[in-house]
Design a protein around this ligand. Sequence first.
Ligand code: SF4
Length: 200
Amino acid sequence: MAEQTVSYRIGDRLYLNITDRCTLACRFCPKTLGSHRVHDFDLTLAQRPSQAEILVAVDDPRQFSEVVFCGFGEPTLRLQVLLDTARHIKHNGGRVRINTDGLANLVHKRNVLPEMADCIDSLSVSMNAQDEAVYRRHCAPALPGSYAAMLDFLAAAPAYIGDVTATAIDGLDGVDIARCEALADHLGVAFRRRELDVVG
Ligand code: SF4
């Protein structure tokens, strides 16, 4: 069996691929479209990497401007592994970002943000849409209440995490970037417009 890609480097960042599961099935996602490739990396996971494998894949986090939890899966679904890895990275002088769907509190049925406060420097949350109808069309959430839960997560996050950014992808049918940005502003978080097919 070929070795699986647990970490991959793009520019001066290291990305960690710790799960291939999500509760969304985004229509724009390469995974949903049948591909697990990002740049030259095949992120197919035959099995989810262990904590020990992830730490080996991080090596020395000071080599990177930040270590980002980001793969074709939602990293907060492996919350304890994520937090333990993040604490290891912080302890060894690195910076940590999570790229997330913002559904951790809904999935885990509690506010997990206090657990992130000591080990996560920044959150990039996929808002993806200015309203629930557009969100459901593009993200096909499995869990009822996902859009509202994501917005609640965004609103609560700045009390715990210093750098919180909502993102949306320009070019998707019906997505109004200006309204997404206004919503992020209303929630008290930064906003970043992403382009289709650009990872990071
Ligand atoms: S949450 Fe991320 S990995 Fe999951 S389907 Fe959507 S874009 Fe793909």
